[in-house]
Design a protein around this ligand. Sequence first.
Ligand SMILES: Nc1ncnc2c1ncn2[C@@H]1O[C@H](COP(=O)(O)OP(=O)(O)OP(=O)(O)O)[C@@H](O)[C@H]1O
Length: 246
Amino acid sequence: MDFPIFDAKSRSLKKTVLGVVGGNISSDTKVPIIEALRDINVDLQHGARVGLVGHNGAGKSTLLRLLAGIYEPTRGTAVVEGRVAPVFDLGVGMDPEISGYENIMIRGLFLGMTRKQMEKRVDDIADFTELGDFLSMPLRTYSTGMRVRLALGVVTSIDPEILLLDEGIGAVDAAFLEKARDRLSDLVDRAGLLVFASHSDEFLMRLCTSAIWMEHGRIKQQGPLKDVLRAYKGPEAYPDEGHGAA
Ligand SMILES: Nc1ncnc2c1ncn2[C@@H]1O[C@H](COP(=O)(O)OP(=O)(O)OP(=O)(O)O)[C@@H](O)[C@H]1O
């Protein structure tokens, strides 16, 4: 997966920046190209619960976007069989001008559910959010935390075949997340296949069984989650029989 950068001005500055984070830059053409992914060869089957780990800029989000069909690979092929529910940003697909109830429907449809399925679930979602009468008000009147409640309520109500989670979901209000945990685990249990990019060992341990460690756009290691975390974080963080405490 290449990203040509047409508006980059200073090559040395670009090199410095890219040297600090993960990307690789190809400098033999006029237009600089960021190689976000390279030599990726993965085969994920039904039932897989895969965590994506790696440093900032390693390529995790790019791989998720490729799996979601948002990006076409520059070279090679990506074959995805199944209905994909991409959950990258809890706020995406929400309309500030319509009510919480209407947003529940729209977001559900966006994530591959039918209107009938969502109608059956709307009461349960409303209960979970504890937003009460606010659900009839336009979303723009909600606080950030209230929006997150609504979004998490919808996201955890769907029946995804292929669930793609980006780490943002792990970064919400701790108290409410505690309440969302069981729903999140149930969601993953219902999913045919999960790919989850995260920097949180706790969440990875909770939701995944295997992992792919990405480094500078390549796969450094893939295998059982504990083995990969041990290699990525170092044996001190993951002693052979220990539970991670990094
Ligand atoms: N739309 C884009 N245009 C140009 N470069 C991009 C684009 N998206 C990602 N990149 C580059 O691709 C590389 C991989 O980025 P990606 O977002 O996939 O990393 P990541 O592993 O998800 O990082 P993080 O843990 O920080 O979220 C980075 O060097 C990034 O700068």
